[in-house]
Design a binder for this molecule. Structure first.
Ligand SMILES: [Zn+2]
Length: 465
Protein backbone atom coordinates (compact mmCIF):
# COMPACT_ATOMS: atom_id res chain seq x y z
CA UNK A 1 0.00 0.00 0.00
CA UNK A 2 1.39 3.27 -1.12
CA UNK A 3 -0.24 5.33 1.57
CA UNK A 4 1.34 3.45 4.33
CA UNK A 5 3.29 5.90 6.35
CA UNK A 6 5.79 5.19 9.01
CA UNK A 7 6.84 8.02 11.27
CA UNK A 8 10.57 8.54 11.48
CA UNK A 9 11.98 6.94 14.57
CA UNK A 10 13.71 9.31 16.85
CA UNK A 11 16.21 7.46 18.90
CA UNK A 12 15.97 10.04 21.67
CA UNK A 13 12.20 10.19 22.03
CA UNK A 14 10.70 9.76 25.49
CA UNK A 15 9.28 6.37 24.62
CA UNK A 16 12.63 5.11 23.55
CA UNK A 17 14.37 6.30 26.71
CA UNK A 18 11.69 4.76 28.85
CA UNK A 19 12.09 1.48 27.01
CA UNK A 20 15.85 1.62 27.40
CA UNK A 21 15.47 2.32 31.10
CA UNK A 22 13.13 -0.62 31.45
CA UNK A 23 15.61 -2.91 29.79
CA UNK A 24 18.42 -1.73 32.06
CA UNK A 25 16.40 -1.73 35.26
CA UNK A 26 14.89 -5.15 35.74
CA UNK A 27 12.85 -3.75 38.63
CA UNK A 28 10.92 -1.35 36.40
CA UNK A 29 8.35 -4.10 35.77
CA UNK A 30 7.31 -3.75 39.42
CA UNK A 31 4.59 -1.35 40.46
CA UNK A 32 5.52 1.36 42.96
CA UNK A 33 3.29 0.99 46.04
CA UNK A 34 2.36 4.67 45.65
CA UNK A 35 0.59 3.80 42.38
CA UNK A 36 -1.56 1.02 43.84
CA UNK A 37 -5.26 1.69 44.23
CA UNK A 38 -8.41 -0.45 44.35
CA UNK A 39 -8.72 -0.46 40.55
CA UNK A 40 -5.08 -1.48 39.91
CA UNK A 41 -4.77 -4.63 37.79
CA UNK A 42 -1.85 -6.95 37.10
CA UNK A 43 0.40 -5.27 39.60
CA UNK A 44 3.51 -6.79 41.09
CA UNK A 45 5.25 -5.14 44.02
CA UNK A 46 8.79 -5.81 45.18
CA UNK A 47 8.98 -5.22 48.89
CA UNK A 48 10.84 -5.86 52.12
CA UNK A 49 8.86 -7.19 55.10
CA UNK A 50 9.55 -4.70 57.88
CA UNK A 51 7.28 -6.23 60.47
CA UNK A 52 5.13 -9.30 60.96
CA UNK A 53 2.42 -9.32 63.63
CA UNK A 54 1.51 -12.24 65.83
CA UNK A 55 -1.50 -14.29 64.78
CA UNK A 56 -4.51 -12.70 66.43
CA UNK A 57 -7.99 -14.10 66.93
CA UNK A 58 -10.98 -11.91 66.33
CA UNK A 59 -14.69 -12.23 66.87
CA UNK A 60 -17.38 -9.98 65.50
CA UNK A 61 -21.11 -10.28 64.88
CA UNK A 62 -20.75 -12.26 61.68
CA UNK A 63 -17.78 -14.53 62.32
CA UNK A 64 -14.86 -15.74 64.39
CA UNK A 65 -11.49 -15.93 62.79
CA UNK A 66 -7.79 -15.21 62.90
CA UNK A 67 -5.47 -12.88 61.06
CA UNK A 68 -1.97 -11.54 60.86
CA UNK A 69 -0.49 -8.57 59.08
CA UNK A 70 2.83 -7.61 57.51
CA UNK A 71 4.24 -4.15 56.87
CA UNK A 72 5.86 -3.84 53.46
CA UNK A 73 8.28 -1.23 52.11
CA UNK A 74 9.34 -0.68 48.49
CA UNK A 75 12.46 0.99 47.13
CA UNK A 76 10.67 4.32 46.78
CA UNK A 77 10.15 4.45 50.53
CA UNK A 78 6.38 3.86 50.41
CA UNK A 79 4.85 1.51 52.90
CA UNK A 80 1.69 -0.57 52.89
CA UNK A 81 0.20 -3.12 55.24
CA UNK A 82 -1.00 -6.51 53.98
CA UNK A 83 -3.41 -8.61 56.02
CA UNK A 84 -4.08 -12.33 55.74
CA UNK A 85 -7.21 -13.95 57.17
CA UNK A 86 -8.37 -17.35 58.44
CA UNK A 87 -7.22 -20.46 56.49
CA UNK A 88 -4.78 -18.37 54.46
CA UNK A 89 -2.95 -17.52 57.71
CA UNK A 90 -1.52 -21.04 57.79
CA UNK A 91 -0.58 -20.74 54.13
CA UNK A 92 1.45 -17.55 54.52
CA UNK A 93 2.51 -17.12 58.15
CA UNK A 94 5.77 -19.06 57.95
CA UNK A 95 6.49 -18.00 54.39
CA UNK A 96 6.87 -14.33 55.29
CA UNK A 97 10.01 -13.51 57.22
CA UNK A 98 10.92 -10.14 58.61
CA UNK A 99 13.73 -8.46 56.65
CA UNK A 100 13.34 -10.61 53.50
CA UNK A 101 12.42 -9.36 50.02
CA UNK A 102 9.35 -10.67 48.17
CA UNK A 103 7.49 -10.23 44.92
CA UNK A 104 3.79 -10.01 45.64
CA UNK A 105 0.91 -9.96 43.17
CA UNK A 106 -2.80 -10.77 42.89
CA UNK A 107 -3.81 -9.30 46.21
CA UNK A 108 -6.86 -7.15 46.79
CA UNK A 109 -6.09 -3.45 47.25
CA UNK A 110 -8.53 -1.77 49.60
CA UNK A 111 -9.06 1.60 51.21
CA UNK A 112 -7.61 1.84 54.69
CA UNK A 113 -10.05 2.50 57.48
CA UNK A 114 -9.90 6.23 58.18
CA UNK A 115 -7.63 6.96 61.11
CA UNK A 116 -6.14 3.49 60.87
CA UNK A 117 -4.13 4.10 57.74
CA UNK A 118 -0.83 2.41 58.19
CA UNK A 119 2.21 3.47 56.29
CA UNK A 120 1.92 6.18 53.73
CA UNK A 121 0.06 4.71 50.78
CA UNK A 122 -3.46 5.28 52.13
CA UNK A 123 -4.42 1.72 51.11
CA UNK A 124 -4.00 -1.79 52.40
CA UNK A 125 -3.77 -5.17 50.73
CA UNK A 126 -5.57 -8.38 51.56
CA UNK A 127 -3.72 -11.52 50.49
CA UNK A 128 -5.44 -14.87 49.96
CA UNK A 129 -4.80 -18.26 48.40
CA UNK A 130 -4.98 -16.73 44.89
CA UNK A 131 -2.15 -14.34 45.65
CA UNK A 132 1.36 -14.97 44.48
CA UNK A 133 4.30 -14.52 46.84
CA UNK A 134 7.89 -15.32 45.88
CA UNK A 135 11.03 -14.87 47.93
CA UNK A 136 13.81 -12.82 46.29
CA UNK A 137 17.50 -12.20 46.89
CA UNK A 138 18.19 -9.31 49.24
CA UNK A 139 17.98 -5.91 47.54
CA UNK A 140 19.97 -3.08 49.09
CA UNK A 141 17.83 -0.52 47.29
CA UNK A 142 14.98 -1.29 49.67
CA UNK A 143 15.64 0.24 53.07
CA UNK A 144 15.63 -1.90 56.22
CA UNK A 145 13.47 0.54 58.12
CA UNK A 146 11.43 3.54 57.35
CA UNK A 147 10.14 6.33 59.55
CA UNK A 148 7.92 9.35 59.11
CA UNK A 149 8.81 11.08 62.34
CA UNK A 150 6.45 13.71 63.69
CA UNK A 151 7.43 16.37 66.21
CA UNK A 152 6.10 15.28 69.62
CA UNK A 153 4.11 18.48 70.04
CA UNK A 154 1.91 17.41 67.10
CA UNK A 155 0.44 14.54 69.14
CA UNK A 156 -2.56 16.83 69.68
CA UNK A 157 -3.43 16.85 66.01
CA UNK A 158 -4.16 13.14 65.66
CA UNK A 159 -7.32 11.34 66.73
CA UNK A 160 -7.18 8.46 69.18
CA UNK A 161 -6.18 5.26 67.40
CA UNK A 162 -4.02 6.89 64.70
CA UNK A 163 -0.66 5.34 63.98
CA UNK A 164 2.43 7.55 63.99
CA UNK A 165 6.24 7.37 64.10
CA UNK A 166 7.99 9.38 66.78
CA UNK A 167 11.52 9.70 68.11
CA UNK A 168 12.84 11.10 71.37
CA UNK A 169 14.83 10.54 74.50
CA UNK A 170 13.31 8.00 76.89
CA UNK A 171 12.90 9.30 80.45
CA UNK A 172 11.29 8.22 83.73
CA UNK A 173 10.63 4.64 82.67
CA UNK A 174 8.50 3.07 85.40
CA UNK A 175 8.87 -0.52 86.56
CA UNK A 176 6.51 -3.06 85.05
CA UNK A 177 3.01 -3.28 86.50
CA UNK A 178 0.08 -5.55 85.74
CA UNK A 179 -3.26 -3.82 85.36
CA UNK A 180 -6.82 -4.83 84.72
CA UNK A 181 -8.49 -3.59 81.58
CA UNK A 182 -11.74 -4.44 79.86
CA UNK A 183 -9.78 -7.07 77.90
CA UNK A 184 -8.30 -8.70 81.01
CA UNK A 185 -4.95 -8.44 82.77
CA UNK A 186 -2.10 -6.83 80.90
CA UNK A 187 1.41 -5.60 81.63
CA UNK A 188 2.17 -1.91 81.49
CA UNK A 189 5.18 0.39 81.76
CA UNK A 190 5.11 4.12 81.32
CA UNK A 191 7.51 6.97 80.81
CA UNK A 192 8.14 10.10 78.83
CA UNK A 193 9.45 10.57 75.31
CA UNK A 194 11.24 13.92 74.98
CA UNK A 195 12.49 15.95 72.09
CA UNK A 196 14.10 19.38 72.27
CA UNK A 197 10.82 21.24 72.84
CA UNK A 198 8.34 18.99 74.59
CA UNK A 199 7.62 15.61 76.08
CA UNK A 200 4.75 13.16 75.72
CA UNK A 201 3.38 10.31 77.82
CA UNK A 202 4.60 6.96 76.60
CA UNK A 203 2.87 3.70 77.55
CA UNK A 204 4.16 0.21 76.79
CA UNK A 205 1.54 -2.53 76.81
CA UNK A 206 1.65 -6.32 76.97
CA UNK A 207 4.68 -8.03 75.46
CA UNK A 208 6.34 -4.71 74.62
CA UNK A 209 6.21 -3.80 78.32
CA UNK A 210 7.72 -7.15 79.26
CA UNK A 211 10.42 -7.15 76.60
CA UNK A 212 11.80 -3.65 77.01
CA UNK A 213 15.33 -3.80 78.40
CA UNK A 214 17.43 -0.67 78.73
CA UNK A 215 19.95 -2.01 81.26
CA UNK A 216 22.75 -2.02 78.68
CA UNK A 217 22.27 1.57 77.56
CA UNK A 218 23.77 4.72 78.94
CA UNK A 219 21.55 7.79 79.29
CA UNK A 220 20.38 9.64 77.30
CA UNK A 221 18.71 6.79 75.43
CA UNK A 222 17.06 7.61 72.13
CA UNK A 223 14.01 5.57 71.21
CA UNK A 224 12.66 5.61 67.67
CA UNK A 225 9.11 4.28 67.50
CA UNK A 226 7.57 2.94 64.35
CA UNK A 227 3.78 2.64 64.42
CA UNK A 228 2.96 3.87 67.89
CA UNK A 229 -0.73 4.38 68.49
CA UNK A 230 -2.23 7.59 69.80
CA UNK A 231 -4.01 6.83 73.06
CA UNK A 232 -5.98 8.97 75.45
CA UNK A 233 -5.88 8.98 79.22
CA UNK A 234 -5.94 12.43 80.79
CA UNK A 235 -3.44 13.42 78.13
CA UNK A 236 -2.88 12.13 74.64
CA UNK A 237 -0.18 9.47 74.85
CA UNK A 238 1.79 7.24 72.55
CA UNK A 239 0.86 3.60 73.12
CA UNK A 240 3.33 0.88 72.23
CA UNK A 241 1.96 -2.58 71.52
CA UNK A 242 3.01 -5.63 69.54
CA UNK A 243 2.28 -3.86 66.25
CA UNK A 244 4.84 -1.15 67.06
CA UNK A 245 8.55 -1.43 66.40
CA UNK A 246 11.17 0.00 68.73
CA UNK A 247 14.71 1.01 67.81
CA UNK A 248 17.05 2.01 70.62
CA UNK A 249 19.81 4.48 69.73
CA UNK A 250 19.22 3.93 66.00
CA UNK A 251 21.96 5.01 63.63
CA UNK A 252 20.04 8.03 62.34
CA UNK A 253 21.06 11.71 62.20
CA UNK A 254 18.04 12.71 64.32
CA UNK A 255 19.08 10.28 67.06
CA UNK A 256 22.67 11.53 67.14
CA UNK A 257 21.38 15.08 67.30
CA UNK A 258 19.11 14.29 70.28
CA UNK A 259 21.90 12.54 72.18
CA UNK A 260 24.17 15.53 71.62
CA UNK A 261 21.46 17.94 72.77
CA UNK A 262 20.52 16.00 75.92
CA UNK A 263 24.14 15.33 76.84
CA UNK A 264 24.93 19.03 76.63
CA UNK A 265 21.77 20.29 78.34
CA UNK A 266 21.30 17.56 80.91
CA UNK A 267 18.56 14.97 80.99
CA UNK A 268 16.01 17.68 81.64
CA UNK A 269 12.55 16.68 82.89
CA UNK A 270 11.11 20.20 82.89
CA UNK A 271 9.90 20.13 79.30
CA UNK A 272 6.22 20.99 78.80
CA UNK A 273 3.94 17.98 78.41
CA UNK A 274 2.30 17.96 74.98
CA UNK A 275 -1.11 16.49 74.33
CA UNK A 276 -3.21 17.80 77.20
CA UNK A 277 -6.77 16.84 76.33
CA UNK A 278 -8.57 19.16 78.67
CA UNK A 279 -7.32 22.59 77.81
CA UNK A 280 -7.00 23.71 81.35
CA UNK A 281 -9.29 26.42 82.46
CA UNK A 282 -7.17 29.26 83.77
CA UNK A 283 -10.05 31.74 84.11
CA UNK A 284 -9.57 31.59 87.86
CA UNK A 285 -6.24 33.45 87.65
CA UNK A 286 -8.09 36.73 87.17
CA UNK A 287 -10.18 36.27 90.31
CA UNK A 288 -9.29 38.46 93.27
CA UNK A 289 -6.38 37.17 95.32
CA UNK A 290 -6.75 36.40 99.02
CA UNK A 291 -4.23 36.25 101.82
CA UNK A 292 -3.77 32.90 103.56
CA UNK A 293 -4.83 34.40 106.89
CA UNK A 294 -8.17 35.38 105.30
CA UNK A 295 -9.02 32.01 103.78
CA UNK A 296 -8.27 30.32 107.11
CA UNK A 297 -10.99 32.31 108.82
CA UNK A 298 -13.46 33.33 106.11
CA UNK A 299 -17.04 32.02 106.46
CA UNK A 300 -17.55 29.12 104.04
CA UNK A 301 -21.34 29.37 104.13
CA UNK A 302 -23.84 26.52 104.00
CA UNK A 303 -21.91 24.32 101.59
CA UNK A 304 -18.90 24.22 103.89
CA UNK A 305 -16.66 24.49 100.86
CA UNK A 306 -15.32 27.26 98.65
CA UNK A 307 -12.41 28.02 96.37
CA UNK A 308 -9.98 30.93 96.55
CA UNK A 309 -6.95 32.22 94.69
CA UNK A 310 -3.81 32.80 96.70
CA UNK A 311 -0.27 33.74 95.74
CA UNK A 312 2.14 31.76 97.85
CA UNK A 313 5.53 30.12 98.14
CA UNK A 314 6.05 26.39 98.58
CA UNK A 315 8.10 26.27 101.77
CA UNK A 316 8.11 22.53 102.29
CA UNK A 317 6.83 19.24 100.90
CA UNK A 318 6.55 16.18 103.09
CA UNK A 319 8.87 13.76 101.33
CA UNK A 320 10.90 11.82 103.90
CA UNK A 321 8.16 9.22 104.25
CA UNK A 322 6.91 7.90 100.92
CA UNK A 323 3.58 6.86 102.52
CA UNK A 324 2.86 10.59 102.86
CA UNK A 325 3.80 11.25 99.21
CA UNK A 326 1.76 8.61 97.40
CA UNK A 327 -0.35 5.55 98.09
CA UNK A 328 -0.56 2.17 96.39
CA UNK A 329 -3.68 2.49 94.25
CA UNK A 330 -5.73 -0.24 92.65
CA UNK A 331 -4.55 -0.58 89.02
CA UNK A 332 -8.03 -1.41 87.77
CA UNK A 333 -9.76 1.12 85.54
CA UNK A 334 -12.24 3.32 87.43
CA UNK A 335 -10.97 2.25 90.83
CA UNK A 336 -8.34 4.16 92.73
CA UNK A 337 -8.82 2.56 96.12
CA UNK A 338 -5.80 2.15 98.35
CA UNK A 339 -4.60 -1.45 98.32
CA UNK A 340 -3.12 -3.69 101.00
CA UNK A 341 0.05 -5.65 100.45
CA UNK A 342 -0.35 -9.32 101.27
CA UNK A 343 2.85 -11.24 100.73
CA UNK A 344 4.02 -10.23 97.29
CA UNK A 345 0.49 -9.51 96.05
CA UNK A 346 -1.74 -6.46 96.40
CA UNK A 347 -5.36 -6.71 97.47
CA UNK A 348 -8.18 -4.26 96.61
CA UNK A 349 -11.14 -4.48 98.98
CA UNK A 350 -13.48 -2.64 96.63
CA UNK A 351 -12.79 -4.96 93.68
CA UNK A 352 -12.25 -7.94 96.02
CA UNK A 353 -9.36 -9.01 93.87
CA UNK A 354 -5.60 -9.29 94.24
CA UNK A 355 -3.00 -8.02 91.82
CA UNK A 356 0.74 -8.63 91.40
CA UNK A 357 1.37 -4.90 91.73
CA UNK A 358 -0.12 -1.51 92.37
CA UNK A 359 -0.03 1.88 90.70
CA UNK A 360 1.16 4.73 92.93
CA UNK A 361 -0.95 7.88 93.11
CA UNK A 362 0.02 11.13 94.76
CA UNK A 363 -1.38 12.53 97.99
CA UNK A 364 1.29 15.19 98.23
CA UNK A 365 1.41 17.39 101.34
CA UNK A 366 2.44 20.87 100.31
CA UNK A 367 3.25 23.57 102.82
CA UNK A 368 2.37 27.01 101.39
CA UNK A 369 3.14 30.40 102.95
CA UNK A 370 2.56 34.05 102.25
CA UNK A 371 3.32 37.08 104.40
CA UNK A 372 0.19 36.53 106.50
CA UNK A 373 0.34 32.82 107.48
CA UNK A 374 0.89 29.28 106.17
CA UNK A 375 -1.30 26.24 105.39
CA UNK A 376 -0.88 22.53 104.76
CA UNK A 377 -2.49 21.64 101.46
CA UNK A 378 -2.91 18.37 99.60
CA UNK A 379 -2.17 17.93 95.91
CA UNK A 380 -3.78 14.83 94.44
CA UNK A 381 -2.43 12.81 91.57
CA UNK A 382 -2.88 14.99 88.46
CA UNK A 383 -1.94 18.25 90.13
CA UNK A 384 1.01 16.72 91.99
CA UNK A 385 2.28 15.01 88.86
CA UNK A 386 2.21 18.34 87.04
CA UNK A 387 3.87 20.10 89.97
CA UNK A 388 6.73 17.59 90.30
CA UNK A 389 6.98 16.68 86.59
CA UNK A 390 7.37 12.97 87.41
CA UNK A 391 4.97 10.12 87.94
CA UNK A 392 4.43 8.73 91.44
CA UNK A 393 5.45 5.20 90.41
CA UNK A 394 8.77 6.50 89.15
CA UNK A 395 9.32 8.41 92.38
CA UNK A 396 8.53 5.29 94.39
CA UNK A 397 11.18 3.50 92.39
CA UNK A 398 13.76 6.16 93.26
CA UNK A 399 12.74 5.96 96.93
CA UNK A 400 12.84 2.15 97.14
CA UNK A 401 16.17 1.91 95.35
CA UNK A 402 17.55 4.56 97.74
CA UNK A 403 18.55 6.99 95.01
CA UNK A 404 18.20 9.65 97.70
CA UNK A 405 19.80 12.48 95.81
CA UNK A 406 17.66 12.05 92.68
CA UNK A 407 14.60 11.60 94.89
CA UNK A 408 15.21 14.79 96.87
CA UNK A 409 15.96 16.77 93.73
CA UNK A 410 12.43 16.21 92.44
CA UNK A 411 11.07 18.11 95.45
CA UNK A 412 13.84 20.69 95.69
CA UNK A 413 13.12 21.90 92.19
CA UNK A 414 9.84 23.50 93.29
CA UNK A 415 10.84 24.40 96.84
CA UNK A 416 10.83 28.14 97.58
CA UNK A 417 9.14 28.91 94.30
CA UNK A 418 6.15 31.19 94.00
CA UNK A 419 2.88 30.07 92.46
CA UNK A 420 -0.63 31.29 92.05
CA UNK A 421 -2.78 28.56 93.63
CA UNK A 422 -6.46 27.84 93.21
CA UNK A 423 -7.29 26.36 96.60
CA UNK A 424 -10.47 24.45 97.43
CA UNK A 425 -11.38 24.46 101.09
CA UNK A 426 -13.55 21.83 102.79
CA UNK A 427 -14.72 22.14 106.34
CA UNK A 428 -15.14 19.02 108.47
CA UNK A 429 -16.35 18.64 111.98
CA UNK A 430 -14.80 15.90 114.02
CA UNK A 431 -15.66 15.42 117.71
CA UNK A 432 -17.45 18.80 117.58
CA UNK A 433 -14.27 20.45 116.42
CA UNK A 434 -14.18 22.18 113.05
CA UNK A 435 -11.20 21.70 110.82
CA UNK A 436 -10.42 22.91 107.32
CA UNK A 437 -8.80 20.91 104.58
CA UNK A 438 -7.06 22.71 101.77
CA UNK A 439 -6.63 21.16 98.37
CA UNK A 440 -4.69 22.52 95.39
CA UNK A 441 -7.14 22.39 92.47
CA UNK A 442 -4.87 24.14 90.01
CA UNK A 443 -1.75 26.27 89.94
CA UNK A 444 0.43 28.42 87.71
CA UNK A 445 4.03 29.44 88.37
CA UNK A 446 4.35 33.13 89.16
CA UNK A 447 8.04 33.70 88.51
CA UNK A 448 8.70 34.83 84.97
CA UNK A 449 5.07 34.33 84.15
CA UNK A 450 4.25 37.54 82.33
CA UNK A 451 0.91 36.21 81.11
CA UNK A 452 -0.46 35.82 84.63
CA UNK A 453 1.07 39.05 85.77
CA UNK A 454 -0.30 41.07 82.88
CA UNK A 455 -3.75 39.50 83.28
CA UNK A 456 -3.69 40.64 86.86
CA UNK A 457 -2.61 44.09 85.79
CA UNK A 458 -5.37 44.31 83.16
CA UNK A 459 -7.85 43.38 85.85
CA UNK A 460 -6.61 46.17 88.11
CA UNK A 461 -6.76 48.68 85.29
CA UNK A 462 -10.31 47.60 84.39
CA UNK A 463 -11.41 48.26 87.96
CA UNK A 464 -10.87 51.98 87.33
CA UNK A 465 -12.88 52.26 84.11
ZN1 LIG B 1 -10.06 -1.80 92.99
Amino acid sequence: MEDEYEPPTNEFSGDFLEKLEKENDPDSQYTPISQLNPSSKDWIIKVRVLKKSDIRNFANRSQNGKLFSIDLLDKFGTEIRATIFNDDVDLFYNQFQVGKIYLISKGIVKDSKPGFSHGNSGYQINLNSNSSVTLQEDDENIAKFHFDFLPLVQIDQFPKGSTVDMVGVLQNLSPISVINTRNGETSKRSGFLCDKNSKIDLVFWGESAKNIDISNFEEPIVLAIKSGKIGEYQTKNLSISSTSQLYFNPNLPVARDLIRHFTQNGNDTDLPLAGKIVTKNYNWVTRPRFMIQDIMTIDLGEKKSQSFVIAGTIINITSSNFDKVAYPSCPSENCSKKMKQIGDRWYCEKCDQDYPNCEYKYILKVHIADSSNFIFTTAFNDVAEELLSVKASYLNDLFQSQKTQEYEQVFQKIQNRRFLFFISIYENSYMEKLSRQYRISSFVPLEDNCIVQSQQLIQFIQMYF
